[in-house]
Write a new protein. Structure first.
Length: 133
């Protein structure tokens, strides 16, 4: 399962790759929105992991980026500061899920695989609770 991790910190990518090692998940690092856009375009990845905030945007910008593609792309927000309100806000605004740090290996891989499956089976017109033309 290919995915893109939009984060300015390469250490986060190393931790994520360690968490999914041997579980069939390939993580591509993007440190800017433009890089994420290019990697999503060239790899066909259906999962975009995004820090709650990053160098040139935040999780809401990542959601907007995911909508640029003709294929569904599930967004999973990554953060160290998790509270119920933020989790609900993220989910209500269209993210597939939220993964707290530090990463739990089995859970991290499960969320990425499920997000990938969700993107494969969800019609583009039904994503994010809105009809897209």
């Amino acid at each position: 399962v290919p995915c893109v991790f939009l984060t300015p910190w390469s250490r986060s990518v190393v931790e994520a790759r360690r968490a999914v090692s041997g579980q069939g998940v390939q993580i591509h690092h993007a440190n800017t929105m433009e890089t994420a856009r290019a990697i999503l375009s060239t790899t066909g990845a259906r999962v975009l992991l995004a820090e709650a905030s990053f160098r040139d945007g935040n999780w809401e910008d990542a959601l907007k980026l995911s909508m640029e593609f003709s294929r569904p792309v599930s967004v999973v927000v990554v953060t160290t500061a998790v509270d119920e309100r933020f989790w609900i806000t993220v989910m209500e605004n269209g993210a597939y899920d939220l993964i707290p740090r530090p990463f739990a290996s089995v859970e991290f891989a499960r969320v990425v695989r499920n997000a990938h499956h969700h993107a494969l089976v969800t019609p583009r017109t039904l994503r994010h609770g809105a009809v897209l033309l």
